[in-house]
Design a protein around this ligand. Structure first.
Ligand SMILES: [Zn+2]
Length: 427
């Protein structure tokens, strides 16, 4: 893991692919003055080769160039695993909307129109160096649901990564942690890995992938696990329990990596550059939601929770109980307050919730209401019901967007989908 530096000071490795010598020189001078390491290529072919040899953080790409033009370069870089993580910004004098759209469709992250102001160039590069990425490896609640009906949103149970500035946090160890582990181990290229895993609670769907997490089997790796103490037992004991020989052939203690398990509660703690705060969710057993911050960037992961305002009136029939429930929900509202990304339990439709009240999950209408109360920037619908095929999640998403629009709010709503990453920018 890289050491951490404040957002405004992050310097990066930049590649300029530009045939015009004056512009190449100008971009290089401006970015070097900001402390970035800048390399340059004078045609498309040379640009592709340089990018593959030493993948840059950011690539500034001209469109009209000899040998390979900008779109060909874009296509080639996007197809190559080595340059998949590079942010490509097209820099061109072409002002047609169709060209801009094409560049973005083909995987560019931005389009900078020539001629540009030095300040605009510096800002766009800084923005993309300060980018955090949230990736869903599993977004399904309760039990894995693979099959032809769930191909788009995915069938794995919860596992999410937040990557920023070379550091990463893993949220939950559902079945989605298996492909994540394969990917992390492949990316390590033989070097030892250190991974940080935050567990919300130990229901099966949140820990079941852990025994299949490859990095935990590799000597030299470190796996730091954080999560709540259950009603009776420390987290360590519960994780060992699921690897008892009755259930799994390898014991936790026999996994070859150095594994540490730490009980956490509501006191903030630090994981690399991330400050983590937790709050208890309303869910059977002890369950935490997490608010993770770094350089002003906030991602809240608050799944497996049932709003008190929905549940309490069904069990206690006194006047004002819904109001009391809303008061109890403030813990959740404050945890996700102002988040750039709020990953929310949105398992049930209102009709389903009426039948599954008390099961510990949220009616998506309440998820929208809480997102509005907490004034978040983006709501991500999560913990998809195993009975919901892709078309039903599309409908849920469309309905949530309608509710948001009807409330006159511009909060963006998306539905978590495996391998569709979200980009978030530190301020
Ligand atoms: Zn649960």
């Amino acid at each position: 893991m890289k050491t951490h530096a404040p957002a405004t000071q992050r310097s990066g490795h930049i590649l300029v692919i530009e045939d015009h010598p004056d512009i190449r020189e100008l971009i290089t001078t401006i970015l070097q003055a900001d402390g970035h390491h800048v390399a340059s290529a004078h045609d498309g072919d040379m640009g592709v080769q340089m990018a593959q040899r030493d993948p840059p953080d950011v690539i500034l790409l001209d469109l009209m160039m000899p040998k390979l033009h900008g779109y060909q370069v874009l296509q080639s870089l996007r197809a190559n695993p080595a340059t998949q993580r590079s942010s490509i910004i097209v820099v061109s004098a072409k002002a047609y909307a169709s060209d801009k759209r094409k560049a973005l469709d083909m995987g560019a992250v931005a389009y900078l129109q020539k001629p540009f102001e030095a300040a605009a160039l510096r800002a766009i590069v800084r923005q993309h160096l300060n980018k955090a990425v949230v990736t869903f490896w599993g977004a399904r609640g309760s039990i894995a649901a693979p099959g032809p009906g769930t191909l788009r949103y995915g069938g794995n149970t919860p596992c999410v990564t937040l990557s920023y500035g070379g550091a990463q946090i893993i949220l939950d160890a559902g079945t989605g942690i298996r492909p994540l582990g394969v990917s992390l181990q492949a990316g390590a290229a033989g070097k030892p890995l250190e991974v940080n895993l935050l567990i919300t609670h130990t229901h099966w769907d949140h820990i079941q992938g852990f025994p299949f997490f490859t990095p935990a089997f590799v000597p030299g790796n470190r796996v730091n696990v954080y999560g709540p103490h259950s009603a009776e037992k420390p987290l360590d004991k519960v994780l060992r329990g699921q690897m008892d020989p009755e259930y799994f052939p390898v014991a936790l203690g026999d996994m070859a990596a150095t594994i540490t398990v730490r009980d956490v509660a509501m006191d903030p703690f630090q994981v690399g550059p991330f400050t983590v705060r937790a709050a208890y969710m309303n869910h059977p057993g002890m369950t935490l939601g997490y608010r993770i911050e770094a350089d002003g960037l906030v991602v809240a992961y608050a799944t497996d929770t049932e709003p008190f305002r929905a549940l309490l009136p069904t069990v206690i029939r006194t006047e004002g109980v819904a109001e009391f429930g809303r008061g109890q929900d403030q813990e959740l509202v404050e945890l996700v307050r102002g988040a750039d990304v709020y990953i929310a339990d949105a398992q049930y439709s209102p009709e389903e919730y009426a039948k599954k009240t008390g099961w510990g999950h949220t009616n998506y209408v309440d998820a929208v209401t809480i997102a509005i109360e907490a004034d978040v920037k983006r709501l991500v619908l999560f913990s998809h019901d195993p009975m919901h095929v892709d078309a039903e999640i599309d409908r849920k998403l469309a309905h949530c967007r309608e509710l948001m629009a009807a409330a006159g709010k511009s909060i963006e709503v998306t539905a978590a989908a495996e391998s569709v990453p979200l980009e978030v920018f530190a301020r």
